[in-house]
Design a protein around this ligand. Structure first.
Ligand code: DX5
Ligand code: ZN
Length: 239
């Protein structure tokens, strides 16, 4: 049996790093693109799950997460309303990181407690909370004991290829201070609007996991783009 804390430990050993949004891949050639990411040294694959209610688009679900065979860590970003009844099936589908948006939860604390009791093929998933750009950070302070990661969206959920919202810079600083005060070792993720043009600045913000979709698949230069984005994320740490 896998060590139940192994995903969390593996993640902590590889940050800062990139998580690449799979929906921006060429879906007619998905296997090829996933293999290219693996060969590029990318470690995490990001699945954007939208239900058409929480946000306008409808994307993929549990079967898609399960169907993608890869050595990459599966980072599942649930942008769905009322996630509790569906969590178990995403964990069973192989979600290594499972992020739930606080805006879609009536009882968020109960949801993260419940998620803490679940285990899938790779052990316990890393519990992440997602926050839209307009959601106050104070909402998650009471949840910190039940979390391993906080994902701040730098765009409003629904589509890739949107522009990075600059107030995210202040939000990361506030979040870091909140985490420091809690004494907990919680990872910070940033998602949305991260491109070749702003990745160097984003990297300086000190997030642990940087999600990027369209920038990696742009121009079909997956390996070159992935190297560029990964190098930038890692050099932000040194600077
Ligand atoms: C938005 C998603 C993001 C998005 C990232 O709802 O959560 O993960 O697809 O795509 P880019 O990098 O193109 O902004
Ligand atoms: Zn996402």
């Amino acid at each position: 049996m896998p060590d139940p804390v192994s995903v969390s430990d593996r993640l902590r050993g590889m940050v800062p790093t990139l998580s690449v949004g799979v929906l921006a891949a060429d879906l007619m050639n998905l296997e090829r693109d996933v293999r290219l990411l693996e060969q590029s040294g990318v470690k995490i694959l990001h699945f954007d799950i939208m239900d058409g209610c929480f946000c306008p688009m409808l994307t993929a679900g549990q079967q898609f997460v399960k169907a993608v065979k890869t050595s990459l860590i599966k980072d599942v970003h649930l942008m769905i309303q009322d996630p509790l009844p569906k969590l178990e099936s995403y964990v069973a589908a192989g979600a290594d990181i499972l992020t739930v948006h606080i805006e879609g939860c009536l009882h968020p604390h109960r949801i993260f407690q419940a998620l803490g009791q679940m285990a899938g093929p790779a052990g316990k998933p890393v519990r992440g909370v997602g926050l839209n750009p307009g959601t106050p950070l104070s909402l998650i302070e009471p949840l910190l004991d039940e979390l391993e990661m906080v994902f701040l969206l730098a765009i409003n959920p629904g589509w890739g290829g949107q522009k990075f919202i600059n107030s995210t810079v202040r939000r990361v600083e506030t979040l870091r201070e909140m985490i420091r005060k809690s004494g907990r070792n919680i990872l910070i993720g940033l998602d949305g609007g991260i491109t070749r043009g702003n990745i160097a600045d984003v990297a300086k913000m000190g997030a642990d996991i940087v999600v990027t979709g369209s920038a990696v698949f742009e121009g079909k230069k997956v390996v070159e783009n992935a190297h560029f984005m990964m190098d930038a994320v890692m050099s932000g740490q040194k600077g």
